[in-house]
Design a protein around this ligand. Structure first.
Ligand SMILES: Cc1cc2nc3c(=O)[nH]c(=O)nc-3n(C[C@H](O)[C@H](O)[C@H](O)COP(=O)(O)O)c2cc1C
Length: 205
């Protein structure tokens, strides 16, 4: 792993982060991206299912096509890297042995697998996709902070045609696409953060 530390601590990164939509041309080292992804993939998920999947897009032609799918939003083509974050619950459920803790063995393991399958059997395909997308936003949050901590700017995006993105990337129909995440070294400061005051959103009992 490439050591590109020091990095910002979590609180500093959270206070400093803004959406960045313009990037320098400098490429983002693959080693650094791997380091960030490795840490982000520590994100927790219900039953540890980790239904998220990520495509790292650097190919200019593919970025151009993704920009068109994102209603022409320039940052998708101009960013040196676009992460396509998608969620594939069917894949996760078909490989439960990958995610159930190795410490859980025998009957207990089988019971856990059956309980998970049962929980999802009652859901419609749309509900399953939404559930998996919800889990994947936890990974997105980790990524946003880790990118900021390593000096990279990014902007999470939902403004795209998911069916077109699935087509471009050859994804099966059932997957959800919680976000596109263009990223790169910032060429702008972004807008100053504007947030609700804590008392508007937090109550104490
Ligand atoms: C799920 C999600 C989807 C978003 N979609 C877009 C988008 O399609 N295009 C865009 O320019 N910004 C998009 N944004 C960025 C938001 O506008 C931005 O995060 C918000 O205004 C707060 O600003 P900040 O990120 O600079 O703090 C999205 C953000 C999130 C979290």
């Amino acid at each position: 792993m490439e050591a590109t530390l020091p990095v910002l601590d979590a609180k500093t990164a959270a206070l400093k982060r803004r959406s960045i939509r313009r990037y320098r041309k400098d490429p983002v080292p693959e080693g650094l991206l791997r380091e960030i992804l490795e840490a982000a993939l520590r994100a927790p998920s219900a039953w540890n299912l980790q239904p998220w999947r990520v495509v790292v897009v650097r190919d200019p032609a593919l970025k151009k096509a993704l920009r068109e799918a994102a209603f022409g939003q320039a940052q998708v083509e101009e960013a040196p890297v676009v992460l396509v974050l998608y969620a594939d619950l069917e894949d996760a459920l078909a490989h439960l042995d990958e995610v159930i803790h190795p410490g859980v063995q025998g009957e207990k393991r089988e019971a856990q697998k059956a309980a998970i399958q049962r929980a999802f059997a009652a859901m419609t395909p749309e509900e399953r996709a939404r559930w998996a997308a919800g889990q994947s936003y936890i990974l997105l949050g980790y990524l946003l902070l880790l990118l900021e901590a390593h000096g990279l700017g990014s902007v999470p995006m939902l403004g795209f045609d998911p069916e077109r993105v699935k087509e471009l990337l050859g994804f099966p129909k059932h997957v959800a696409i919680p976000a596109l995440l263009p990223l790169g070294y910032p060429a702008e400061e972004g807008y100053p953060s504007h947030r609700l005051p804590m008392d508007r959103v937090v109550s104490w009992r």
